[in-house]
Design a protein around this ligand. Structure first.
Ligand code: NCN
Ligand code: DMD
Length: 335
């Protein structure tokens, strides 16, 4: 299939390689779907939301209540992800993975609550092994439901005040990097706030005995519920031969966990963008990933993933619809 796709791309009416990164993207989409005529069906955005006990240490400039408030904003259609999902024709589902509030049933809301937020991981593991397994399993189930509804493009987003702290700890252990290379300003910490976050996370890292060899244990220690659910969704999405659109720092940290256990998952991932969260660029290079966009985004919610979608549409369109040298009667390369 790889050879056939490369030949197909090289026979399009353009100098060899002239469509640059779009060519690699077309090749990847063909390989994921195992066809020379890939198509993008019912793109789906799953936004996983959860709260984090670590916020009690003052690691975020926003209060925990914002997580639940933003879930309501998603359900009302007013958040950035709602706007971009509508623009690009995504089905949007909001998953309560473990927000510290109760919600009324809503057509867009998936109730997958594992708890009312994780435990503060400065002193204790964020979740139990059973909670971690429950979250991974439920995330996988939610992805399978989207696939059963006809989606072959899954984009994962998240919302959770404090979750850059979880993601930084996962990165430090799984990429074997010192905490100062993994920590960032999140939603906008000051210099002083950043120093405090670094000292809290450094101390948390020293408290727990974790090893990169057991990524699901690392996940249970540093959380959170939305990250664990994304791990399950990524693995089930790859199993279902979906193209996985990876968003920013937290979504990529979920992939770090999944890929440590099942490296093949990376073949299904399109890295939508490089976030402004310091650490994301390093995390991406650890995965050998080349992000499509550099827009200085640091919002999360899956916004970067949805914004990159038109590039996937263009990759599929040129592969399927562009003329070949033969069909168009254009002369190929002479030397
Ligand atoms: O996606 C990113 O790269 C990203 C970078 C910084 C912040 N965020 C979002 O901000 C929240 C976490 O930030 P914080 O400072 O509360 O840890 C969470 O809701 C994320 O969706 C997201
Ligand atoms: C307002 C707000 C919106 C968000 N969306 C994702 N993370 C967020 C964090 C805040 C603070």
């Amino acid at each position: 299939m790889r050879a056939a796709l490369i030949q197909q791309i090289d026979q399009k009416t353009k100098p060899i390689g002239a469509l640059g990164r779009l060519e690699a993207l077309a090749l990847q989409l063909g390989l994921v779907q195992q066809t020379q005529q890939p198509s993008l069906q019912q793109p789906t955005m799953l936004v996983f939301a959860a709260d984090h006990g670590i916020v009690a240490e003052g690691v975020s400039p926003y209060p925990q209540a914002v997580t639940a408030q933003m879930v309501l904003n998603f359900l009302n259609g007013g958040a950035a992800i709602n706007v971009f999902a509508r623009q690009h024709g995504f089905d949007l589902h909001v998953v309560d993975s473990g927000v510290n509030a109760m919600f009324q049933p809503h057509p867009m809301l998936v109730d997958a609550k594992v708890g009312m937020g994780t435990v503060n991981f400065r002193h204790q593991p964020a979740m139990t092994a059973a909670q971690c397994e429950q979250a991974i399993t439920r995330g996988a189930q939610i992805a399978r439901e989207a696939i059963a509804q006809g989606s072959n493009v899954l984009a994962l987003g998240e919302m959770g005040i404090g979750n850059t702290s979880s993601a930084s700890c996962l990165m430090s252990v799984l990429c074997d990097l010192p905490m100062h290379q993994c920590v960032g300003r999140g939603t906008g910490l000051s210099d002083k706030g950043l120093q405090h976050k670094l000292s809290v996370l450094t101390s948390a890292l020293q408290t727990h005995h974790v090893s990169a060899a057991d990524p699901f244990h690392v996940l249970s220690v540093f959380g959170g519920f939305e990250i664990a659910m994304m791990v399950g969704a990524l693995l089930a999405g790859a199993e279902g031969r979906c193209t996985l659109l990876i968003d920013g720092f937290i979504a990529t940290a979920a992939l770090l966990v999944a890929a440590k256990r099942y490296p093949q998952v990376i073949d299904y991932c399109v890295f939508a963008h490089c976030s402004d969260e310091s650490g994301h660029a390093t995390m991406l290079s650890h995965l050998n990933a080349q992000p499509l966009l550099h827009l200085g985004l640091r919002l999360g919610e899956g916004t970067g993933a949805v914004l990159a979608y038109p590039l996937l549409q263009s990759a599929v369109a040129f592969l399927n619809d562009m003329a070949s040298f033969d069909s168009a009667g254009v002369s190929g390369q002479i030397q």
